[in-house]
Design a protein around this ligand. Structure first.
Ligand SMILES: Cc1cc2nc3c(=O)[nH]c(=O)nc-3n(C[C@H](O)[C@H](O)[C@H](O)COP(=O)(O)OP(=O)(O)OC[C@H]3O[C@@H](n4cnc5c(N)ncnc54)[C@H](O)[C@@H]3O)c2cc1C
Length: 505
């Protein structure tokens, strides 16, 4: 049960200190700033205080699967693969995970090298390694959709392995990239302790997979960045389809500016509650969610990170890919977000004439744009960048503002070389956003190319009931790379669902 209250910021502050708050949203449309607070109620309808026991949930019961009669191979140790493994253990089946990347503490060192622009390890980076793309992600755990299955179970498992209490009840829970590695490590330790196996540095290849598919169930949880693995699947004859996705840039503004725009802080005296800083301490740095339509395609913000950092999320040399994350406190002076253009399969020739028309066409288009960005940036991870207003007005930036991207940026005329299909829609999209939030379009903001991995460009079709691949009955494609999930929670849930199907069969 929940109760929604509309409060002043001061009242919201006191309530938030006292009770478990499910959701907080800011309403800055009226003359006075309002905070809508949703409280969690107990069975008697009373708000649950912060110190009170958490709502009941079923703790996992791990079985000893060291000598279990059944085992399942899992390719990929991202959220989908890890949650599949944990579910199999709960059901007495032994999971054997194969992960091409390294374990999380080694991976941290490889990522540090990339952030210093020293070197890219193609097997250990922001995409590959223990925990997959989820480990050094922002850790926004958004989806509460009940359609896909038991999302609360995903949150409970995150909590069991060390995520804060808030993941159990907040609608927009956030873990933060500083906390995720410890949680992921705890998952692996649990899997091994109860008899599962985890093999790092093991890239599953074609011959091996062919053999396994003849032996028993294989959960395929490869994420959407392993383009070589998609090609391997194509060689084996696994059914694949092109899927719509999105590409664009990552935009970063000073957080103070986003706070002013989203909370309307510049509109007079009415927000002088504890001063501007106090207000932000109270309600947190502002985020945004923007969407518009330009020439028949959606242009929208994606994975907005208030108080965050932009990061090099490439896994291959000669590709520049940008993503965003924030630590648990979300307190950097920058606000970044992907701003992307919807791309349908029929749009691919407009992006890359040689994309082809087979199921891997979307990958080629992605790779083409990522390579362009690399050529205009620099090895291994310098990003091409432009001031936002210059991009929209078609001007080269003579200098660039400070930004959070550690490997370094190089001034580049993105409007000249990004495919016009993307660039023109982005330019119009930024103008639309500025109409809604005047000041959003500013040269104090910077854009980096390219934000190209917001979702998978390939789908691995499966039977909707059995979750088996349409071409290979022993193959269970799941998670983001299969094209059935997007984000940490939905990928984790998809892994759980695949494991349940196998355990029950
Ligand atoms: C910087 C960043 C920030 C993000 N922020 C958020 C966020 O705030 N909220 C959110 O919901 N999502 C976020 N995401 C997206 C989220 O991380 C992914 O949606 C999620 O991790 C997908 O889970 P998955 O298990 O399907 O695949 P992945 O996490 O991609 O894991 C796949 C794993 O498979 C391995 N693999 C691939 N091929 C092979 C092979 N042949 N052999 C062996 N192993 C292989 C890879 O090494 C990888 O570890 C972010 C992503 C990034 C990069």
């Amino acid at each position: 049960m929940q109760q929604i209250l509309t409060l002043t910021p001061e009242q919201a502050y006191h309530i938030t200190e006292q009770y478990r708050v499910v959701k907080r949203s800011i309403d800055a449309r009226q003359r006075q700033l309002k905070v809508n607070v949703t409280l969690l109620l107990d069975e008697n309808g009373h708000p649950i205080t912060k110190g009170a026991p958490l709502p009941l949930y079923t703790p996992p019961v791990w079985q000893d699967v060291h000598n279990a009669p059944r085992h399942v191979r899992i390719i990929g140790a991202g959220p989908a693969g890890l949650f599949a493994a944990l579910t199999l253990i709960e059901h007495g089946v032994k999971p054997i995970i194969y992960e091409r990347g390294r374990e999380v503490s080694e991976r941290k060192k490889d990522i540090a090298q990339l952030n210093r622009n020293v070197s890219l390890d193609a097997e250990s980076n922001y995409c590959f390694g223990e925990g997959g793309a989820g480990t050094f992600s922002d850790g926004k755990l958004f989806s509460r959709s009940k359609k896909r299955g038991n999302m609360q179970r995903v949150m409970e498992l995150f909590h069991y392995f060390g995520a804060p209490d808030t993941v159990l009840y907040e609608t927009h829970a956030h873990i933060g990239s500083d906390k995720l590695p410890t949680i992921i490590r705890a998952m692996r330790e649990c899997i091994i302790e109860h008899g599962g196996e985890v093999h790092f540095g093991h890239q599953v290849g074609e011959n091996e997979l062919r053999q396994w598919l003849g032996e028993g169930p294989v959960i395929l949880a490869i994420g959407h960045s392993a383009h070589d693995t998609y090609r391997m699947l194509a060689n084996i004859g696994v059914a694949l389809q092109t899927k719509g996705f999105a590409m664009g840039v990552r935009a970063e503004h000073p957080q103070a500016l986003i706070n002013r725009l989203m909370y309307h802080l510049d509109k007079g005296e009415r927000f002088k509650v504890r001063g501007e800083r106090g207000l932000i301490d109270l309600i947190g740095n502002a985020s945004y969610s923007l969407v518009t339509q330009v020439q028949g395609r959606g242009v929208y913000s994606f994975c907005m990170c208030p108080g965050g950092h932009m990061v090099p999320a490439t896994s291959s040399a000669e590709a520049c890919v940008i993503n965003g994350m924030s630590a648990s406190h979300r307190n950097s002076p920058y606000a970044n977000s992907g701003i992307v253009v919807q791309i349908n399969p029929e749009d691919l020739p407009a992006i890359y004439a040689e994309a082809g028309d087979d199921p891997l066409a979307g990958l080629r288009a992605q790779e083409y744009v990522e390579r362009l960005a690399y050529e205009h940036g620099g090895a291994p991870a310098i990003a091409p960048a432009q001031r936002l207003e210059d991009f929209v007005r078609g001007k080269r930036s003579t200098d660039l503002p400070d930004c959070s991207y550690l490997p370094g940026v190089r001034s580049s005329a993105l409007h000249e070389w990004l495919p016009p299909f993307i660039a023109n829609r982005l330019r119009q999209g930024f103008c639309d956003f500025d109409r809604k939030y005047p000041g959003f379009l500013t040269n104090d903001a910077i854009i980096l190319a390219t934000e190209s991995r917001s979702s998978s460009a390939v789908r691995i079709p499966r039977d909707s009931d059995t979750l088996r691949s349409l071409s290979h009955p022993n193959l269970y494609p799941c998670g983001e790379g299969a094209g059935y999930a997007g984000g940490i929670t939905s990928s984790a849930l998809d892994g759980i669902n695949a494991a349940m199907k196998i355990a029950e069969s």
